[in-house]
Design a protein around this ligand. Sequence first.
Ligand code: SAM
Ligand code: DTB
Ligand code: SF4
Length: 329
Amino acid sequence: MTSVCQSAKPTTLDHSAVERRKWAVAEVEALFELPFMDLVFRAQQVHREHFDPNAVQRSTLLSIKTGGCSEDCSYCSQSARYKTGLDRQQLMAIEEVVEKAKAAKAKGSSRFCMGAAWKGPKEKELETVLAMVREVKALGMETCVTLGMLKGDQALRLKDAGLDYYNHNIDTAPEFYGQVITTHTLADRLDTLDQVRSAGINVCSGGIVGMGEGRKSRAGLIAQLANMPTPPQSVPINNLVAVPGTPLADVEKLDPFEFVRTIAAARITMPTSFVRLSAGRQQMNDEMQALCFLAGANSIFYGDQLLTTDNPDVDHDQALFDRLGLRAI
Ligand code: SAM
Ligand code: DTB
Ligand code: SF4
């Protein structure tokens, strides 16, 4: 069965046409407190006002530099501080990256996201990444990179190279941040996001849930994203992939319905943003993923690997799209 789009709703949006409001953390918490059916219904209503409900954007990830990172993010397989058994890899050759991008395009992905396990890029490293961005862009794909914190004119140079999106997550609420990461601050991350926004690059920023935070911190994460000077164009919501060897390896799993509530709260508070059902899909069944789409998720990572962990294989995803009548964008 092939999926057919019956809606004429646009998938690219004019953010200026939508009225903005600020969200108090308590207001977002109140959304989480709604009966599940009311919350999901409201999220689906908001979703339909702004998007084709049957269209899902697909981005493919590639880890272009793996492991050995100086930072201590407690969830991360790539921190040099934890024994996760990961093989470190130097920055990939440009040609290899281009081959992977071509393969992703052939499988139907519209955006190619290159991730590096850095606190931030050094000069020579940035030069190589700029060349990757130019070449991937020339394939006719949207480009995205996630390289850690930027400084000086790095954001402007990425923009000049043709970068469409910069991914930089704020990860969690301000009061929980210090329990997850101590080697940089939330203020550092917000500073990089300001540079990216000022350079005219689309912002991709979201967070992780299931790290042992409370509902108030989940609401705090969503409020902080929604209240940014302009909401991120793309909002990845990651469910923690518990990696053996990291400090969060044994943290209690989040109730799946609470994850769906987080997606719904992101949709309601950021009506014109793409909300991405991100890490953790491999650990979800198809029914759970369908609930996430119903709650307003309209973007996924597509491809057998995330950065260092598994993602559903593309044939499985294609079959899911067909079963749900979803159209890829
Ligand atoms: N080093 C760069 C940085 O920190 O921005 C880019 C790569 S980093 C791996 C990108 C994001 O992936 C993190 O901010 C985090 O939100 C997410 N992430 C990393 N490990 C994860 C895990 N085990 N489970 C869920 N999300 C994870
Ligand atoms: C994001 O929010 N999630 C992606 C991407 N941005 C870079 C990364 C998920 C990583 C999951 C764990 C891993 O594969 O290492
Ligand atoms: Fe390094 Fe990024 Fe992993 Fe933190 S999330 S340890 S900065 S690769």
